[in-house]
Structures are given as C-alpha cells and as structure tokens.
Design a protein around this ligand. Structure first.
Ligand SMILES: Nc1nc2c(ncn2[C@@H]2O[C@H](COP(=O)(O)OP(=O)(O)OP(=O)(O)O)[C@@H](O)[C@H]2O)c(=O)[nH]1
Ligand SMILES: [Mg+2]
Length: 480
C-alpha cells in the first residue's frame, strides 16, 4: 500500500536532509518532487497542485525559523506530515450511533467494490466491540448475492436477514425495511444493509439505492470503493454523491498494488471522510481509517500505533500472565509456550503486513527483506509442533531419531526441518535461561519466528528437579 509514493517521498526527503541549511530553491525542488510523486500515484491533478502550493507557502513562511534548528529538513517534513494528514481527512471519523433504535449502516458502490465482504468485516468489527449487528441482504440483483451474504454471516458469526427463497419477495426495498423492523424487535443495535452493485454508474442503480435509503433512513451511508480504480474511484464517488449521497468512504483492496491516489483525492473532492480501509479478503483484514497513521506510513514513519493495537488484541492477557509467572518461577520455556506464541502471532495476521508497519520497512534494503519474508514458515513450524506428543513438546530432549522421523511424516515436512526447529528452539531456551539469570543475551535473540520479547528477570534458576527415577530405562518408560 502506497509503496511507490512512500519510496518517492523518502528519496525527496533524504536529498533535502543532505543539504543542511535550506534555501527557497530547495523548497521549490522538493515541492516539485512531491507534486510529481502524487500525480504519478493517481492523485487528481487539482489535489496534487493544491497540496504542493500549501506546502510551499507554509515552508517558505517557516524557512527562517526552520533554519535556526539543528535539523532544518525536519521542520519541512513536519509541515508535509501535517498537510498530508489534513488531505487524508484530519481526524479519525468513527460511526455515529443512532440516538434511538438500531444504528443503520447502508453500503453502496459498484459491482465488485467489496460491499458484501465489507458487510462481514464491519459486522465482525462491531461484534468484537460488544455490539449485536444484523446483516440484511438487500442485493437481489445477482442470483447468488443472498447466499454469499449468508456465507459471510456464517464466517463471522453474525445473523443474516434475507428474503425467504421462493416466496416472491423480490423487492430489495421491502427486504431492507423488514430487516430494520426485525432488528428493532430482536434488539440488534446495528443493521448493515448490503445493496446491489452495477458494472457502471447507472440511473437504475441510483434509483434503487435511493429508495432503500428513503425506506430505512440510514444513520450512515458508506460508499465502498476499490482503491485500485485510481482516478476512476473519484469519478464514481462523485456520481454516487450526487445520485444517492453518502456520509463516509470505505477504501477496499488497499493490499493490492494500488498507487493509493484515490485515498488522497477522494476526501478533498467529495468532502467526505474515509472511515474504513480493507486490506484483504479475510474478515479481519479491515480497520478504521486513521488519517494521521496513514500519513505516517506514506512518509516512511510506519504505523506503530496500529501494530500495538493488533498485538494487544491478539495476545490473550490470561495466557500472557500465566507465561510470565511460569517463566519467573523458574520453569523452562517449552514448545507448548512457543506454540501459543506462534498462534498469537498468526492471529495478528500477515507477518509482511505487520512488519511493514515498522518505520523504514517499506523502502530500500528493508523492503527487499520484507518481500523475501517467508509467510509459510509460521504455518510449517506450527504443523511440526502439532505433530509432537504433549511429552515431546514439554521436553525436546527426548526427541530421538525415531520420534523425529515420525513427527516429520505426521506434519508432512522433512526431517531436516524438524531438526532445524529443535536446534533453534534449544538455542532459544538456553538464551531464555541466561536471560532469567540476569546474564543478558549473548549475541541477541536467536532467529525464531514468534519469539516474544522477554521481560528481564534477575531471579536465579532454582535447582533442577530430580527425575522421578534414577534408572534411565525406567525414566524413558515414564516419559512415554
Ligand atoms: N484483495 C482484496 N480483495 C477484496 C477486498 N475486499 C473485497 N475483496 C474481493 O473482491 C471481490 C468482490 O467483493 P464483494 O464483496 O463480493 O463485492 P461487492 O461490492 O459485494 O460486489 P457486488 O455484490 O457484485 O456488487 C471478492 O472476491 C472479495 O473477496 C480487499 O480489501 N482486498
Ligand atoms: Mg455484493
């Protein structure tokens, strides 16, 4: 997302940084570079030009002040950051709740924009915040549309209100109305109305959407648009604004190689905020749109705030506490702990996406490393650990050749991969012991995906527990 724009901004600023004192000709140069970068990223010409002139005006006015500081380019950078946040909408805009009765959200947009998927994403998001959403299937255009929404509802565990098949209910307006009434009766506090899309903007589409709007009186109409449409996204938005009207925008498919221009143009040209962004097909690949965080990403500062939120949501506090207590009490870090850490990582979503939120990760050498990251490693490691018996997970030392061969077969991986995991895990376990003993980590943490950052405990290791049996043969029998 915004990779090429981000790379261009980075190179413009690194050139400015090397200048030291900044002259007005330097401002002209960077403004030119910024404007070109925006236009090449599909930002509408008028938006790019107006952005450039504001940055230029503010930078020239601040020039004297900026040059007094030890790092003049930083002052200009901050001006660009503030203006970029403004262009993206300024404040984060959240859903407005209805004063009385359910909050009705109606989704509109072209065919394939991502409305039905978004209905599921939004429902999951609202549900995770303790709400009781209801999905309403008001797309009766496409034969499979109702089934698709029903499947989406099943996936996210949210009920779907749909016309009974074959009873002649063919009017999406009536379905929407009945859906709203059903929500009032069954105390659903949110209603998400999915509507039909068309290949292009047409009068019939606008008319149907307007009739649904008048019938259900939505608290929020969200215009859903594929960010990959580039300049067309803005044209479509303008048509929907005139034809139906909307309160906010949802950008979808930001995970594709979208140049991102739509995000920057749409707010200025429609004067409506971007409220959500979808970054994938899965229900959780979705978030509130935060203009400041997006500006930060574009400028290569990463998005640490979102990363921290995702980590907090993925890590079970109970599990985390148990793990800390276990570690402090002197118990060894085992593959069972490792597996639960891996699972928490997986819940956070794609590793590439997560790491991409760190500052500087989307440019130069870091970007290359990120592109080469093997997303499958987490899954493979998990499969290997899951093929072990509880005893083996608790103590990798019992993993002899026969056991390793069985695990490899069970997980469909090579024995060398099992060996590799055991070696890396043993090294990590050793490092953990040293850490607990206050010795610090020699040479840093071994490279294991999913390895948590460990708190530093200075408590010495308790003496090793004695085996129940002194006899090695008996002991092996106990372990089995
Ligand atoms: N990569 C990616 N794919 C998405 C995203 N959102 C939706 N899709 C995919 O885009 C396709 C169309 O999505 P739908 O939700 O069916 O679109 P729609 O607006 O309901 O389309 P109509 O019902 O035909 O009007 C599906 O294959 C989705 O999985 C996203 O953020 N990223
Ligand atoms: Mg649909």
């Amino acid at each position: 997302m915004f990779d090429s724009l981000s790379a261009k901004f980075s190179s413009a600023f690194s050139a400015l940084r090397s200048r030291g004192r900044i002259k007005s000709s330097d401002i002209d140069e960077i403004v030119d570079q910024i404007q070109n970068a925006l236009i090449e990223s599909d930002v509408a010409l008028e938006v790019a030009t107006s952005f450039g002139s504001t940055v230029k005006e503010l930078s020239l006015a601040a020039l004297e002040q900026v040059n007094k500081s030890t790092n003049p380019s930083q002052g200009i950078f901050e001006i660009v950051n503030t203006e970029l946040t403004k262009v993206l909408g300024g404040q984060t805009r959240r859903i407005r709740m209805a004063k009385k009765g359910p909050t009705v959200i109606m989704l509109v947009g072209l065919q394939g924009a991502g409305k039905t998927s978004l209905a599921g994403k939004l429902a999951l998001y609202l549900k995770s915040q303790g709400n009781t959403p209801l999905l309403v299937a008001s797309d009766l255009q496409r034969p499979n549309a109702v089934n698709q929404l029903q499947q989406v509802g099943l996936d996210v565990g949210v009920p779907v209100f749909a016309p009974e098949p074959g009873n002649g209910v063919g009017d999406p307006v009536k379905v929407a109305q009945a859906g709203r009434k059903f929500a009032e009766e069954k105390i659903h506090n949110f209603v998400i109305v999915d509507t039909a899309g068309r290949l292009g903007v047409d009068a019939e589409l606008m008319d149907q959407a307007s009739r649904i709007r008048d019938a259900v009186k939505p608290d929020e109409i969200l215009f859903v648009v594929d960010a990959m449409l580039g300049q067309d996204a803005v044209r479509t938005a303008t048509s929907f604004l005139q034809g139906v009207g909307f309160d906010g925008v949802v950008l979808t498919k930001l995970d594709g190689d979208a140049r991102g221009g739509a995000a920057l143009s749409i707010v200025s040209l429609t004067e409506r905020p971007i409220m959500f962004a979808a970054t994938g097909e899965k229900p959780h690949e979705f978030d509130l749109f935060h203009p400041d965080r997006m500006a930060s990403r574009i400028l290569g500062l990463g998005d640490v705030a979102t990363l921290a939120e995702q980590a907090k949501a993925a890590i079970d506090p109970e599990l985390s506490k148990k793990f800390e207590e276990k570690f402090a009490s002197g118990d060894d870090f085992t593959l069972v702990d490792f597996l639960s850490q891996l699972q928490a990582m997986k819940k956070m979503g794609s590793m590439t996406k997560m790491l991409g939120m760190l500052p500087g990760m989307n440019s130069g050498a870091m970007k290359k490393q990120l592109d080469n990251l093997d997303e499958g490693e987490l899954v493979r490691t998990e499969a290997i650990i899951q093929s072990m018996t509880p005893k083996e997970r608790a103590d990798v030392k019992i993993l002899n050749g026969t056991r390793r061969a069985r695990i490899a077969k069970g997980s469909g991986r090579a024995v060398s991969e099992v060996n590799n995991l055991v070696d890396r895990f043993t090294a990590a376990q050793k490092a953990m012991r040293q850490l607990r003993n206050g010795g610090g980590l020699p040479g840093g943490m071994p490279n294991i995906p999913g390895m948590p950052a460990m708190p530093k405990y200075n408590k010495p290791l308790p003496p090793k527990k004695k085996s129940k049996s002194g006899n090695p043969a008996k002991r092996a029998a106990e372990e089995r």
